[in-house]
Design a protein around this ligand. Structure first.
Ligand code: UDP
Length: 372
């Protein structure tokens, strides 16, 4: 028996890819079963999220989502445009990725009785705004326990669904000698890698200081720092001032993260706080041992002593010590990496993530799951 797919209107806070939240949203859109769900995407402007969704063959609508701090005619027009879209696409449910998206989805969807799901990917509280948006939402999806704690006063509304990673893309492979050479790393040098936005909260200052401490104890370790952000220039200058320029490689933004991860002996993420940390799962999926901090959602992902080593945030000495421990014990590092791959498979697959979101849709809409 063929079924007519249920329409879902997905609203994204951003048209551009700002961080992992937009990448996770695109992964979800890719994974949702087209036989069951007909998704259309709303973005506030053109950019990588819009083009990513178009590449998936999904309809994309651009509706500006001006800040709600100063309500006025532009806000009213956008709420009206979204409500019309929900009607014309016959949306059974609106899925809001982020707070501003939630505010608009709530205002446009709730008066017509449409369930609205608020997907929350940030652990920092917005105070009274959280309460208002939570009241508007039919359900809140939190990506980690750290995010769920933001709504500790509304436990019944919160569903914990960890992000999932495409384990087919992030699958162990032999390291590429040509990539190593292209990145400027000598053939047998140990490699520590990190991937992330160069912004304050990622704590890269502490990582550079840790790199200097490791260099004093053990010469020849190279560091590959992948990503971009407002602090990049400052961090590069800091690396130079620490005398680390020859062994710390800033690569800029790259799309070949699995290949870079395959090169490294240890993966490190020095975040002060982290709602989830997709890169942690990506490193684990690649079988890499992880050194990370106990900030926010990280302990949900990395099990201390089992898939990596967790240290206090905002300090360089514990980071350096943990990295050195793993560099000096390749056997232990290998065990942690293998356990990381198993944990990524058992707990953070994209398939499991998509299943859980589909289950949430089905429950909220009162539709039965269709087998197969
Ligand atoms: N990423 C990438 N290339 C880069 C830097 C980052 O593809 O040069 C990806 C990375 O693989 C991960 C995402 O960006 O999937 C970052 O997500 P995460 O949750 O780690 O951090 P966020 O940016 O959300 O704080």
């Amino acid at each position: 028996m063929s079924e007519i797919p249920t329409s879902i209107l997905v609203v994204s806070n951003h048209g551009h890819i700002v961080g992992g939240g937009e990448m996770s949203l695109l992964d979800l859109l890719r994974g949702l079963d087209r036989r069951r769900w007909a998704t259309a995407l709303v973005v506030p402007e053109e950019g990588g999220v819009a083009s990513g969704a178009r590449e998936l063959g999904l309809p994309v609508h651009v509706v500006p989502l001006p800040t709600l701090r100063y309500p006025g005619p532009r806000v009213v027009r956008s709420v009206g445009a979204l409500a019309r879209l929900a009607r014309t696409t016959n949306a059974a449910l609106i899925h809001a990725n982020g707070s501003r998206a939630m505010a608009y989805a709530g205002l446009a969807g709730r008066p017509a009785g449409r369930p609205v799901v608020w997907h929350v990917r940030i652990a920092d509280s917005d105070g009274p705004i959280d309460r208002a948006l939570c009241a508007l939402a039919t359900e809140v999806i939190a990506i980690s326990r750290a995010v769920a704690r933001r709504f500790a006063w509304a436990p019944k509304k919160v569903r914990l669904i960890p992000n999932g990673i495409d384990l087919g893309r992030f699958t162990p492979r032999p390291p590429s000698a040509s990539l190593r050479a292209a990145l400027g790393v000598p053939p047998s040098a140990p490699i520590v890698a990190s991937v992330g936005r160069f912004v304050e909260v990622k704590g890269y200052r502490y990582l550079l200081e840790a790199a200097a401490q490791v260099a004093r104890a053990r010469a020849g370790v190279h560091w590959i720092l992948v990503g971009d952000g407002e602090l990049r220039g400052e961090l590069e200058a800091h690396a130079r001032s620490l005398g680390l320029a020859p062994q710390v490689h800033f690569t800029g933004w790259r799309d070949d993260i699995p290949d870079v991860l395959a090169l490294c002996d240890v993966f490190v993420l020095p975040s002060l706080r982290e709602a989830f940390g997709r890169v942690l799962v990506e490193a684990m999926a690649m079988g890499r041992p992880v050194v990370a901090t106990t900030g926010g959602g990280v302990p949900d992902v990395v099990v201390d002593g089992e898939t990596g080593l967790l240290v206090d945030p905002a300090a360089s000495a514990p980071l350096a010590a943990a990295v050195q421990t793993l560099l000096e014990n390749p056997g232990r590092a290998g065990h942690l990496g293998a356990a990381g791959r198993r944990r990524a498979q058992s707990t953070f697959s994209l398939t499991a993530h998509v299943d859980a979101v589909e289950r949430a849709y089905a429950e909220l809409l009162g539709v039965d799951r269709v087998a197969g």
